[in-house]
Design a protein around this ligand. Structure first.
Ligand SMILES: Cc1cc2nc3c(=O)[nH]c(=O)nc-3n(C[C@H](O)[C@H](O)[C@H](O)COP(=O)(O)O)c2cc1C
Length: 368
């Protein structure tokens, strides 16, 4: 797999932040840019930036293909308009009670309109993002977030010599993706940050390896130490795929205060809930998440309205510099993340720990 993709180490990094993607690729791994929130124009600019930055080394792009989940596709403005007033009022009252200063109505409306464009992941947007990605010959890998990768995506990517990967949370989905013709599977356990299934990595990884029937599998969900990499390889995976760990790096998308909020948390604080998107996902437990889970809270909105609505609290928390009502997708490895790092230092640490773990394993398995 590393030969196929022309990388030195089988370490893949998912990040919304192009600086992380570039740094991982430059370190010999494969950075994969999370493009779900980008407009096609923003994605094109980011790919162009990456091309200049990585100087011919391989990188990937992660896209969301909503597929049949979005039968009644609307424009971002229509999605925004379909959020009931009572829901905006619920969030506003919660934040007022928490003492967070509000935005002006003008700033709030402008931000919500912009956020709707980011969060409404429609089929039309995916189509445009794919066109932009395939038009640039620099992209080596396209990865589809959870959900079966549509046939036409695989065909069009392969026609341009681009490999296709897909995230799966169950062996059943692995079979479907394999049948769809993907080149690479990312087996993501429930420990992971973001949208997740319910099966833990220890059980899932070998199940997916078996179902993949020869298609290479990357281990995702709960990887933050070199010993995890050894475990992943022992369970039949060919590499690892990490997301949460990069949130603690200076190259990542979070402010120093947000990073510190994560460092103060433990693994138990990475809660599985539907608050961020309306679908099950793992996120930092905060007062905001608790308020949505309280018995008097309204039923959560469906995707993408819930994600659009959450932008209001995110922006207000940022504006008021009060992170008690902020939240972010993060996995259980949060309990291992205890201070500011860089991408390079994290990769060096992971590789050193991996070598130590191999040596330790040899000591216990050496029967001479
Ligand atoms: C902040 C954040 C956002 C994520 N967004 C996406 C996404 O848009 N598409 C996707 O395929 N995976 C997404 N993921 C999941 C990652 O691709 C990856 O599978 C996961 O982070 C691996 O587990 P870990 O968090 O334990 O490292 C996200 C993860 C995080 C932490």
């Amino acid at each position: 797999m590393t030969e196929n993709l022309d990388i030195e180490i089988p370490l893949f990094a998912f990040s919304h932040c192009r600086d992380v993607v570039a740094a991982v690729t430059k370190a010999g791994g494969m950075g994969v840019l999370g493009a779900a929130w980008m407009t096609p124009e923003e994605l094109d600019m980011s790919i162009e930036w990456l091309e200049r930055e990585v100087d011919g080394r391989p990188f990937g792009v992660d896209l969301v293909f909503p597929g049949t989940a979005m039968d009644d596709e609307k424009s971002p403005a229509e999605y925004l308009a379909s959020i009931p007033d009572a829901y905006m009022a619920f969030v506003r009252d919660m934040l007022d009670r928490g003492g967070l200063s509000d935005l002006t109505a003008e700033d709030r409306d402008a931000f919500m309109a912009e956020n709707a464009v980011k969060m409404a992941m429609t089929n039309r947007k995916s189509r445009d993002q794919l066109d932009v990605t395939l038009a640039r010959s620099s992209v080596s890998l396209i990865v589809g977030a959870l959900g079966v990768t549509p046939d036409w995506v695989v065909k069009e990517a392969h026609a341009r010599g681009v490999q296709v990967g897909a995230l799966v949370g169950s062996a059943r989905h692995a079979v479907k993706q394999r049948e769809a013709g993907v080149d690479l599977l990312v087996a993501q356990g429930t420990e992971a940050g973001g949208s997740v299934g319910s099966v833990a990595s220890m059980v899932l990884w070998p199940q997916v390896v078996q179902a993949a029937a020869g298609v290479p599998v990357l281990a995702a969900g709960g990887v933050s130490r070199g010993s995890h990499i050894l475990a992943a390889l022992s369970l039949g995976c060919q590499g690892v795929w990490l997301g949460s760990l990069w949130l603690g790096t200076t190259e990542g998308e979070l402010s120093p205060e947000m990073r510190e909020k994560l460092f103060a948390a433990e693994s138990e604080d990475a809660l599985l809930a539907r608050v961020m998107t309306g679908k099950p996902g793992r996120m930092l437990r905060t007062k905001y998440v608790d308020a949505w889970q309280a018995p008097d809270a309204p039923a959560l909105l469906s995707w993408p309205m819930q994600s659009i609505l959450n932008g209001y609290s995110y922006k207000r928390a940022e504006h008021a510099r009060d992170l008690d009502y902020w939240t972010y997708a993060v996995g259980q490895v949060i309990g291992d993340m205890k201070g500011h790092t860089t991408v390079k230092s994290e990769i060096t640490r992971l590789l050193n720990e991996y070598v130590d773990a191999v040596e330790e394993l040899q000591k216990v398995t050496d029967i001479d």
